[in-house]
Design a protein around this ligand. Sequence first.
Ligand SMILES: Cc1ncc(C[n+]2csc(CCOP(=O)(O)OP(=O)(O)O)c2C)c(N)n1
Length: 327
Amino acid sequence: MTRNIDLARLAEHHRVMVRIRAFEETAKQGLDEKLVLGAIHLSIGQEAVATGVCLNLNRDDILLSTHRGHGHTIAKGADSTAMMRELFGREGGNCGGKGGSMHIADFGVGMLGANGVVSANIVIAVGAAHAIKLRRENRVVCCMFGDGAINRGPFLEGLNWAGVFNLPVLFVCEDNGFAATTRTRTMTSGDGPLARAKALGIPGVTVDGNDVLAVEEATRSLLDDVRSGKGARFLHAVTYRLTGHTAVDPAAYRQKQEVDEKWQSDPIARVEALLGDAHSAGITKAREDALREMQNALNVARDTPYPDVSQAFADVQDIGDPRKEAF
Ligand SMILES: Cc1ncc(C[n+]2csc(CCOP(=O)(O)OP(=O)(O)O)c2C)c(N)n1
């Protein structure tokens, strides 16, 4: 079947996808140089989900992300240099260097937060959607989570609440087949994410999450429903994580052959094939621009100082005087 493809829009997707990949490859370089402390979780292979979904959100729509959130954050419009500074724990990071990779938030672009607690973002998203409804605001919430997250309690609570109160939220299950080192299907009862959403009264669809156009089309249609007050919707995007769970995980729990095969449906290569030879100059330029942007972000972050120690308790939850009360 031939597809009607808007090549200008596809090139826009391509630019975002290569920026996400370049950011992560550069962040990995920063990790190897011990500039990033702690873990980072790369989303290499999953760029089409972040891009196809987030490019259909408005700036003031709210996004909740996961521990694997660099791609979502970039696609929602956050500044890559601020993100690199955040990963490096430096001044001028999106959260002043206190959040790091797993807790980036950037309210300026509607990015309410990445989250290191699997599934916790679902109930936060639903709370935000309830607030939007009570204030009669004209915007929506999008919540990203992995296939592993559907086996935790907040998934049930969050979807149930969103269904009962008809809330403006799009749930996006980024199904990469694994929960850390475990194949999710070996620990998931029943027919999977979409069946669970439907059982909770939330309609949705399953798409090829490595096909950015399919993700975009499904997202548009589901968001039309959400924006027109029909209530929550669910997108189940099937993808694959091409690298380990964390950036230092060699992923020995799966066969090299499987990963090699999955590289054949690398979402970026698929977009480049669709763009075709006529766009080869644009493809090269997009890749070069992305690498330059991220290399610059790396250099700036490297040269940025750490925050002053006086900032340690600024902008964090007020628990009184921690020096007196926590001990
Ligand atoms: C509540 C909670 N339990 C366990 C963990 C450890 N953990 C971190 S990521 C992860 C796997 C999550 O799988 P999934 O939601 O599918 O996301 P993916 O890593 O595959 O993108 C686990 C179990 C955690 N961070 N939070």
